[in-house]
Design a protein around this ligand. Structure first.
Ligand SMILES: Nc1ccn([C@@H]2O[C@H](COP(=O)(O)O)[C@@H](O)[C@H]2O)c(=O)n1
Ligand SMILES: C[C@@]1(CO)OP(=O)(O)OP(=O)(O)OC[C@H]1O
Length: 157
């Protein structure tokens, strides 16, 4: 077994939605990012890469590479799913926490779980999506940005 953790933050900017766990979630702002800025999938990718000791998302999909401008972050998850297989592992389970005052994540959690499970080729019961505010404290509390934390356990395939 191998364990990994990931963390990602993106600042809010102009826009009318945020991508979270592969889902387009309507919001009063968007996020500033090179890709689609999906903090859920970026934190998950870093956790998976960390568990394999293969570096991080920026190493594999550099923000300096125009190929990834505006990219759907599911592309990163699917690529890393292939790396898991190559190294003889599969996802045991993943637990993700989104940190923001808004948008509300709960109503979209099931759809996010389904997408992530599909991209990683596992049952939905292996994927957990949770959310919390910071009770108005800090950058998330001031609605300046959105964060996500992920923990994964890999098991031998
Ligand atoms: N962006 C968010 C934040 C929170 N939730 C849900 O609300 C519950 C209460 O949040 P607190 O920060 O006040 O503890 C939390 O447990 C989540 O279920 C959410 O859906 N989206
Ligand atoms: C995802 C990548 C893709 O170029 O860019 P961003 O969307 O800016 O996201 P970040 O979380 O900063 O991770 C770095 C990059 O790999």
């Amino acid at each position: 077994m191998r364990i990994g953790q990931g963390f990602d933050v993106h600042a809010f900017g102009e826009g009318d939605h945020v991508m979270l766990g592969g889902i387009r979630v309507p919001h009063t702002q968007g996020v500033l990012a090179h890709s689609d800025g999906d903090v859920v999938l970026h934190a998950l990718c870093d956790a998976l890469l960390g568990a394999l000791a293969l570096g991080d998302i920026g190493k594999h999909f550099p923000p300096s590479d125009e190929q990834w401008r505006g990219a759907n972050s599911r592309t990163f998850v699917r690529a890393i799913a292939g790396m898991l297989l190559e190294h003889g592992y599969e996802l045991g389970n993943a637990d993700v926490t989104v940190v923001c005052e808004a948008p509300k994540v709960g109503p979209h959690a099931q759809a996010m779980r389904a997408i992530i499970a599909d991209d990683l080729g596992v049952g939905i019961n292996r994927i957990s999506i949770k959310a919390t505010t910071t009770e108005t404290l800090g950058f998330a509390g001031r609605r300046e940005g959105i964060a996500a934390l992920a923990v994964v356990l890999l098991v031998r395939a």
